[in-house]
Design a protein around this ligand. Structure first.
Ligand SMILES: NC(=O)c1ccc[n+]([C@@H]2O[C@H](COP(=O)([O-])OP(=O)(O)OC[C@H]3O[C@@H](n4cnc5c(N)ncnc54)[C@H](OP(=O)(O)O)[C@@H]3O)[C@@H](O)[C@H]2O)c1
Length: 252
């Protein structure tokens, strides 16, 4: 079996209660990582932990930390709790997002502030808080989940696209600042992936996107998760500062 070098690595995955986050958490767990899973929905979080620990020999039990990442000090307490429990932090997957589309002329300052906070400030802060712990070991992997929309833009998605494009840009800067210290920072930009978030796309637009996708289908959360664990693995040690698309060829 291929060795991904993830056994016992401590990995924070945000948005683990969602479709893509749940698949990412599962992949890391199955590769033996010590995962720290977060989300707002306590029940979904414990259900994921219970599902994974039906195979208790694979990896240590996941640590569940239910929280709203936009609450005061939430990112700080997430990292503090992780360090308190395991004494190290190797990988951060910033996956949680607010997917709330509005036309520019219908957006107000409060909406924009909420989008910026959830989708830009939270992942930015989490990277900043995680880095000192990664630098201690001269090893770290930052994986930020962006979106095809952050590259192409889309009607009704100005704020969302802006935050995702911003995350891609700051991730490249982290790669430039800390690559020499053994840290890599990359983004995964999904196309349309079958999750609850994608189900909110109006049916006609969904069908249009499906037809525009050369593979004529949407992706699965697992197809995103496979790349996440690869980027975190020792096999991806020279991949840094990239935004890699998982979209069946939709972006041309
Ligand atoms: N699905 C797609 O087609 C697609 C396409 C492009 C990019 N993406 C990106 O992929 C990532 C995952 O998307 P998904 O489709 O899996 O979405 P999803 O199923 O709706 O999951 C979103 C996750 O984010 C969490 N979350 C949102 N706001 C939060 C907050 N304030 N504090 C803590 N957690 C919060 C949710 O937690 P709770 O449910 O517990 O509240 C949930 O776990 C996102 O970054 C999204 O932008 C998805």
């Amino acid at each position: 079996m291929l060795d991904y070098g993830l056994k016992d690595k401590v990995v924070i995955i945000t948005g683990a209660t969602g479709g893509i986050g749940g698949a990412i958490a599962t992949e890391f767990y199955e590769l033996g990582a010590q995962i720290v899973i977060t989300g707002r929905n306590h029940e979904k979080l414990t259900a994921l932990r219970d599902k994974l620990t039906r195979n208790p020999d694979i990896a240590p039990a996941p640590l569940c930390i239910p929280l709203d990442l936009t609450a005061a000090e939430a990112t700080k307490s997430l990292v503090q709790e992780t360090i308190k429990q395991f004494g190290r932090l190797d990988v951060v997957v910033n996956n949680a997002s607010r997917v709330d589309g509005r036309l520019l002329l219908r957006s107000d300052p409060n909406y924009l502030q909420n989008m910026l906070h959830a989708n830009f400030i939270v992942p930015y802060n989490l990277c900043k808080l995680a880095l000192p712990h990664m630098l201690k070991n001269e090893y770290g992997r930052i994986i930020n989940i962006t979106s095809i929309t952050g590259v192409t833009g889309d009607a009704g998605m100005t704020a969302y696209a802006g935050t995702k494009g911003g995350v891609a840009a700051f991730t490249k800067s982290i790669a430039a600042e800390y690559g020499r210290r053994g840290i890599t920072a990359n983004c995964i930009a999904p196309g349309v992936i079958n999750t609850d978030a994608a189900k909110k796309i109006p049916a006609a637009r969904r069908e249009q996107l499906r037809i525009q996708t050369p593979m004529q289908r949407f992706g699965t959360p697992e197809e995103v998760a496979f790349l996440a664990v690869f980027l975190a693995s020792k096999r991806a040690s020279f991949i840094n500062g990239q935004q890699i698309h998982v979209n069946g060829g939709l972006l041309r």
